[in-house]
Design a protein around this ligand. Structure first.
Ligand code: JD8
Length: 404
């Protein structure tokens, strides 16, 4: 079982004591997490171990000095030597919590849980001198993350939450990984209500369906509860409805060979960044004949507006994996990208699957960060090893409608 190294720098190291408790504490004792907490003042060498000073340009409060931070982070970086087998210098991904950071999400928690080494810089006062961010960015990947749209007094509370959200995704930390699957934010839906004994409490009964032992009915009721709760509390998480769907404004139909020329153009337009990214054009290289063959071999859907092809996706039963629905060539005209159309196409492609489908299957470039972010946000997980084609990865997601 691999171990995740964590280094946290703070002027209040005792603030991280809760990480000795509960599952995270056990994971540390089991060697799944290797946590090191550093006191920033150990890297301030004046008599008062000063870590802050007044802000240039005036204003309230104090700012954290760059010197102690560069020394502390330098000390953390030094823990990475000797370099790894591939002679690559081992460096952590540095997380700097801040109210102005990128919102921390379950998706980011999953990304960080796949890293071998994370460092956290807990700021205080009005924040850390901006030059520390630049200095660190020259030595390691840096992510400025926010816990939420409210103001805390420092980064420690955020680090406690982020460490817990990341650590519980590590293999071996949570007893039964099954329970991770249907959690809120795992697949875009909030969790269903839960009940335990007694069946009658304070004159309040447990829903009958949960007492009936009919697993398919229970699964259907729980899914319905998840959708209702999400619609009530977090409609922003739900895929757009027909009314709000950007796709609904376009004409959709099943592609025919006559669509091949336009599909070839859209494919080349969508694969151009892949070519730029790693010189691989794959789908973009297909000649017209191959595009036509694709239309025959897959159920290909196209969306047009005023005759112009703007989006497409194709689906089919996976040729070698039974009970698996293969989704491919999810394409949106470049000028329409970034408006959630890709997510809608994915939800639509999943909805075309027959009821007996248990797994959805995707393939994309191993370094196609935007595609990977979209698919992971939709609940897909990268399968280990190389994907169907060189330089790609396969991703799968369990179809919740097929739950036993
Ligand atoms: C780090 C200093 C306090 C913030 C002047 C109050 C995260 N979601 C979040 N809210 N607040 C933080 C956060 C606050 C921090 C520091 C994170 C370091 N402060 C500052 C700017 C205004 N004081 C956070 N993650």
């Amino acid at each position: 079982m691999r171990s995740l190294r964590l280094d946290v720098v703070s002027i209040f190291p005792e603030y991280l004591a809760p990480l000795d408790l509960s599952l995270i504490g056990k994971a540390r004792r089991d060697g799944l997490i290797d946590l090191h907490v550093h006191d920033l003042r150990d890297f301030a060498h004046d008599r008062h171990r000063t870590v802050d000073d007044s802000p240039y340009g005036g204003g309230a409060g104090m700012v954290m000095k760059p010197g102690p931070w560069s020394e502390a982070l330098g000390h953390v970086l030094a823990q990475g030597s000797p370099p790894a087998e591939d002679h690559q210098p081992r460096v952590p991904t540095l997380i700097i919590p801040g109210p102005g950071g990128e919102p921390f999400t379950q998706q980011i928690a999953r990304e960080l849980s796949e890293e071998p080494w994370l460092a956290f810089a807990c700021g205080r006062y009005e924040g850390i001198d901006e030059r520390v961010y630049e200095w660190a960015g020259e030595r390691m990947p840096v992510r400025v993350l926010s816990l939420g749209d409210y103001v805390l007094n420092g980064g420690e509370v955020a680090v406690l939450a982020m460490v817990e959200a990341v650590a519980r995704l590590l293999p071996g930390v949570i007893g039964n990984v099954e329970s991770l699957v249907e959690e809120s934010h795992e697949d875009g839906l909030l969790e269903y209500p839960v009940y335990t004994k007694p069946a009658e409490w304070d004159g309040r009964a447990v829903p009958d369906v949960l007492l009936g032992g009919n697993h398919r009915a229970i699964a259907a009721w729980r899914r319905e509860q998840r959708i209702q709760r999400t619609a009530q509390r977090r409609p922003d998480l739900l895929p757009p409805t027909a009314a709000t769907s950007a796709l609904s404004g376009l004409e959709e139909r099943v592609a025919t060979p006559a669509d091949a020329p336009d599909l070839q153009v859209l494919t080349r337009a969508c694969w151009a960044p892949e070519f730029a990214r790693y010189g691989m054009f794959s789908a973009g290289e297909e000649d017209l004949e191959t595009v036509r063959d694709g239309i025959q071999e897959w159920d290909t859907r196209v969306w047009r507006k005023d005759g112009q092809l703007l989006a497409s996706v194709r689906v089919r039963p996976h040729p070698t994996h039974s009970g698996t629905w293969q989704i491919g060539r999810l394409m949106v005209a470049p000028y329409l990208q970034g408006r959630g159309l890709g997510r809608e196409l994915l939800v639509y492609a999943e909805s075309l699957a027959p009821d007996d489908v248990r797994t959805f299957w995707l393939n994309t470039g191993a370094r196609s960060t935007e595609n990977l972010r979209l698919y992971k946000k939709a609940g897909y997980r990268v399968r280990p090893g190389e994907g169907e084609f060189p330089g790609t990865v396969d991703l799968t997601k369990r179809s919740t409608t097929s739950l036993p």
